[in-house]
Design a protein around this ligand. Structure first.
Ligand SMILES: Nc1nc2c(c(=O)[nH]1)N[C@H]1C(S)=C(S)[C@@H](COP(=O)(O)OP(=O)(O)OC[C@H]3O[C@@H](n4cnc5c(=O)[nH]c(N)nc54)[C@H](O)[C@@H]3O)O[C@H]1N2
Ligand SMILES: Nc1nc2c(c(=O)[nH]1)N[C@H]1C(S)=C(S)[C@@H](COP(=O)(O)OP(=O)(O)OC[C@H]3O[C@@H](n4cnc5c(=O)[nH]c(N)nc54)[C@H](O)[C@@H]3O)O[C@H]1N2
Ligand code: SF4
Ligand SMILES: [Mo]
Length: 692
């Protein structure tokens, strides 16, 4: 039997067709606009059955018990485990206030309705502290889009004449977008790639700019300057729809291609030619990605990139960058229940916490400040849902110290992880094929697709929605969680759009709730305070931030930049590979066989200087800590930089890149640390330590 659903093994949220035999998932195929032989394969999806039926899945709730048989845990029933969680939550609320309990959502929840349900539960309980990981993921970038023209745009790749890919590697992270790039290339679209790493996409490009890691903001400003200086901008659009052109021009003039090319490891001609190709090929879209995120200047760098779209008149035009038409939904969050005078722990980043109603709180580092330094007040109990902060959060040592300091840690996950190992109570979650949920990605724009349950839950695992609803009811929130099925909750949420679960089920390709329109600004303006594209933002100026990107100058984006002699290499946190999602799936033999370990890529010139060969065990260190990994000689990076494989800390703590990252320097608006690019030292390991 074939069934349609949406895959959530990573956040690409691909529509898929699943084959079921005797109630078991046996295969899954990604639906694509391209013929099967032309579309990008996904090893994770191919291993969907191995992941789903992995013997390592958590199948029953666990409660910490030193004498327990399961790694310091004993098994428990759901009644006991949920009662224990509810009792502890109520105890902390009574003794220290509801705000002393926080909920941390990882990536796997971010695109699903569990987001709304967790917020609903916590807000009704009385705590504002539901924290996501958007300060390192795309939410900081989303805020930059929103502050420039009101919403995060969607590149119209298939219809573009020029595609500029800026720090995104869709081949591995979003195959449907990669299919679209290939299709556009066949139709003759020009391709620009801005990436410090020579990816397969960079090899395909008309222009590849091998930018110095973290310096994207300077490049964008120099491109703005070129486009203005050479009068390549869309005069009519700028005159009618943009605020602060003269201020932008003045600031951009301080970053001319000739002035800054050296700092970027580029030439002025590289920069000017790229700006010319982008500005003179119409329509053009920009695919921006996580290469801009996790950088100290992420907010202004992304704002500058956004301004390129507006300067060239590509906003909301076919083949350019579409302003999305979000699906109207009922607000599930119950924020109004929170006392007005109760600040969230992210209160130092209030613009970031409030720029988008649904995104909520994303200054992730604030959670660690609150636990360790009790700023602005202590967090005592934490519920982690679908995240592995012990590996994925900045400065692992500090994070682990915080998790250990907690009086109570609850983890909701599919697998035992470095985080569940520190927990007091572990709740087993059902995987993406075992549950029905509304994907947030599906609500962002017109086409709504249902992630539908296609097989039974494994063991005694429960879907996240059920865990949240049942916990809510145990906290006395029966009225807030009246639904016995997820369908009831989805129908309630989708009512304003006139959609139901039943209708979505009968339309597996999705339902367009409205017609896609372009140039909506002509009748509606932009969703900014001025109704225009804000090259200069009065709102930011009022809050003490530069109104124009880098209006207060450009500081080094790299942590420990002041100690170049001791830490001379630029470490790059490597791109996501297509077999794994962050710290996940290394325990699945089918995937691990294909890619057994991660490497530190080092340029041949640096390798020669350090007498390093393929397979030499390297120690990479920063003032926070070190990692040990084998070297791989590679000229896909620039001399002076190393590329460190991401996500291996779950296999061995010595492979954990966040041992190196710094959480003291942060973007003042979005709390983003420099997880992606940092200064570090590289040495050969002296001992006969073979690593793992
Ligand atoms: N240095 C450095 N740091 C980074 C990054 C980097 O590239 N470099 N990337 C950053 C980014 S962009 C992100 S998004 C974060 C990711 O950070 P995390 O969200 O912590 O990443 P994962 O390792 O994917 O952890 C997800 C966990 O959820 C579990 N899970 C999967 N599906 C479900 C489900 O349906 N329900 C529940 N309850 N659990 C589920 C998985 O088993 C896994 O343990 O890391 C960030 N940190
Ligand atoms: N297979 C798989 N897919 C995933 C995930 C996964 O873990 N595995 N995670 C999901 C999540 S949560 C996210 S956030 C997305 C992220 O998806 P992407 O945005 O594609 O992120 P990455 O692959 O980490 O990095 C993108 C590119 O940025 C480049 N880059 C690195 N440093 C810089 C820089 O300083 N400047 C520029 N311009 N580029 C730079 C990298 O070399 C890489 O080619 O992927 C999602 N999809
Ligand atoms: S890229 Fe692969 S793993 Fe990620 S959602 Fe799509 S099919 Fe699933
Ligand atoms: Mo992410």
């Amino acid at each position: 039997m074939k069934k349609d659903t949406v895959c959530r093994l990573c956040s690409a949220c691909c529509p898929v067709e699943v084959t079921i035999r005797n109630g078991r998932l046996t295969a899954a195929r990604r639906k694509s606009s391209l013929p099967p032989e032309q579309c990008q394969p996904c090893p994770k999806l191919r291993a969907a059955a191995d992941i789903t039926y992995s013997p390592n899945r958590l199948t029953t709730p666990l409660i910490r018990d030193r004498n327990g048989k399961h790694n310091g845990f004993r098994t428990a029933g759901w009644e006991e485990a949920l009662d224990a969680v509810a009792t502890r939550m109520q105890q902390y609320r009574q003794e220290h206030g509801a705000q002393s309990v926080a909920w941390l959502r990882g990536m796997a929840a971010d695109w699903g309705a569990p987001w709304d349900y967790a917020s609903r539960l916590m807000h009704a309980f009385g705590s504002p502290n539901v924290i996501g990981n958007g300060s390192v993921c795309h939410v900081a970038r989303e805020m930059a889009h929103a502050f420039t023209y009101g919403a995060m745009t969607i590149p119209q790749i298939k219809d573009a004449g020029c595609i500029m890919v800026w720090g995104k590697n869709d081949q591995n992270t979003c195959p449907p977008a990669f299919d679209a790039i290939l299709q556009a290339r066949r139709q003759g679209a020009r391709l620009i790639v801005i990436d410090p790493v020579r990816t397969p996409l960079a090899e395909m490009a008309d222009i590849w700019l091998q930018i110095k890691p973290g310096y994207d903001g300077l490049l964008a400003m120099a491109m703005i300057d070129t486009i203005i200086d050479e009068e390549l901008f869309d005069r009519d659009f700028v005159r009618q729809w943009c605020l602060g052109f003269d201020e932008l021009r003045r600031v951009a003039q301080t970053f001319t291609a000739e002035n800054i090319a050296d700092k970027l490891w580029l030439t002025a001609a590289d920069i000017r030619n790229t700006a010319r190709l982008y500005a003179t090929t119409s329509p053009a879209c920009i695919v921006d990605g996580n290469g801009l995120d996790m950088q100290l200047p992420v907010f202004d760098a992304t704002r500058a990139v956004c301004m390129l779209r507006a300067l060239t008149g590509n906003l909301d035009r076919p083949g350019g960058d579409l302003i999305p038409q979000p699906v109207p939904t009922r607000d599930m969050q119950l924020k109004e229940r929170l006392p007005a005078d109760l600040p969230p722990i992210t209160c130092n980043y209030s613009l970031f916490s409030s720029f988008h109603h649904n995104w909520g709180l994303h200054a992730q580092s604030s959670l660690i400040d609150a636990i360790l330094e009790e700023r602005p007040y202590p967090i005592r109990m934490l519920i982690v849902q679908s995240g592995n902060p012990a590996v994925t959060m900045t400065d692992t040592n500090r994070v682990r110290q915080a998790l250990q300091k907690l009086e109570c840690l609850v983890a909701i996950d599919l697998f035992a992880t470095s985080t569940t190992q520190l927990a007091d109570i572990v709740l087993p979650a059902a995987g993406c094929f075992e549950k029905t949920q509304l994907n947030r990605a599906a609500l962002r724009h017109s086409l709504v697709t249902l992630q539908d349950q296609v097989i039974d839950c494994i063991g005694d695992s429960w879907p996240d929605w059920k865990i949240t609803f049942e916990l809510g009811r145990r906290l006395g929130l029966d009225k807030e969680f009246p639904w016995q099925t997820v369908e009831g909750a989805i129908d309630y949420q989708l009512q304003p759009a006139g959609l139901t679960t039943a209708r979505l089920r009968s339309s597996p390709s999705g339902i367009a709730w409205c017609r896609v329109e372009h140039e909506k600004f002509v009748s509606q303006g932009f969703r900014t305070p001025s109704g225009k594209v804000e090259f200069s933002s009065p709102r930011l100026a009022e809050n003490g931030y530069p109104a124009v990107p880098f209006g207060h100058g450009f500081d080094s984006p790299l942590s420990d930049a002041g100690q170049q002699a001791a830490f001379p290499f630029i470490g790059i946190s490597g791109e996501r590979c297509n077999r794994y999602t962050h710290s996940q799936f290394r325990q699945v033999p089918a995937l691990r066989k294909q890619e057994p370990e991660g490497y530190v890529d080092i340029h041949p010139e640096d390798a020669q200087r350090l007498a390093v060969i393929d397979g030499t065990l390297l120690q990479v260190s920063t003032p926070r800590g070190c990692i040990r990994m084998k070297a791989r000689i590679s000229d896909r990076i620039h001399p002076g930089s190393i590329l460190i494989a991401w996500g291996w800390g779950e296999v061995d703590p010595r492979w954990s890149i966040n041992n190196l990252t710094d959480d003291t320097l942060r973007n003042p608006v979005t709390a983003t640390p420099s997880n992606r690019s940092f200064m570090c030292k590289v040495e050969k390991c002296q001992q006969a330590d073979k690593g793992v």
